[in-house]
Ligand binder design. Sequence first.
Ligand code: S3P
Length: 431
Amino acid sequence: MLNLSMRLNPSGPLTGSLTLPGDKSISHRYAILASLAQGVSTIHNYSSGADCHSTLNALRALGIVITEQGLNVTVNGQGLDGWQAPATDLDCGNSGSAIRMLSGVLAAQPFSSRLIGDESLTGRPMGRVMDPLRQMGAVIEARDGRFPPLAIHGSALRPIDYTLPVASAQVKTCVLFAGMFAEGETVVREPVRSRDHTEIALREFGAQITTAKRVITLTGRPSLEARQLLVPADLSSAAFFLVAALLVPGSDLYLRGVGLNPTRSALLDFLLSAGASLEVVNLEQINGELIGDLHVRHAPIRGGVIEGEVAAALIDEIPVLAVLGAASEHGLTVRDAKELRVKETDRIQTVLDNLRRMGVHADEAPDGMHIPGGQKFHAAKFDSFGDHRIAMAFAIAALHADGPCEIEGAEAASVSFPSFYELLAQAGSTA
Ligand code: S3P
């Protein structure tokens, strides 16, 4: 990847109306399920991010014909047994979702495959998916026993009754995807609720799946039917614009068609509890997912504490909330978020490193951070460390700084949000 340094200036108000790219989590799931359905599915507003294209390219290497027209993706589903042995390694790029979700399906195929990724992905833990898959009968090898590349020798799988040891929607999805290939009922128990796009999508494609008190039960060998699907705009991408509008005086911004699934919208509850001026309008349900428009205006933010279940629900938004916290009245404390350490970067370290570059004080904890409020942001040179959410979080910090800032590795944003800087400029933010 190029290493682009980008200059960002303090900002004028963010105004107008924006439509942000499709949700990354939902895009991965729709593409994989569409490939396993019988018939042609069209996915509208598919994520433009590199991560979701890693999934499409892996599916192509597995013999699935996929065409793209702008943001609409057409997938020629071949049914549950339609994937073919790949001639090459399957490159998941930077995407933890791609490698963990695909491995669930690959474990059950009558062929072997090898999943690889970039330097960041190659350092991320895979034991969390290997353990349950092995209990189902899968044969998987990993570098040093737990890191990519993953070599998967497909085999017949048996159903499992599995309690998730970490709050992870990727692991849940991996087990449920593998469970599609096992005769009988696969059960996943979630001590802490994680995003439920997989359950909703499986139901939408026609699988038999029930959820009661955080116990999910899927009947194996579903016959999935092709669907017309619309991916809502990604709330985790919207988070950057929400924080930008809250920070910059005079901002008054609409974000259209945003995914507001209750397992993701803890972000809105947190912002509202911290004093945000935020409204949801035009709420509707499409393909089982809630979608609405967000209206956000500049407001002073009190700050708050993110801990327990809320930490799991806000895990992707914590980098940009840390920026907001430093500018808030009382600051931000984050606990119970040690999963941040095994994301695309160790996001506790990379957030604190960049905050300190601006002269912002912050304390590190093994499972979080404490950032006192009311701090000034001094012009600084940031580093994305190759992490999309770090690049975008500090592009937002730059809007509030006392002079022009630079971001090294700004292009990392394209992993989830290639048009991020363009839309930020469109909202009137780069003076
Ligand atoms: C995702 C789940 C989360 C999240 C990631 C996407 C998903 O990861 O951080 O960006 O699509 O299921 P974990 O499930 O590992 O917590």
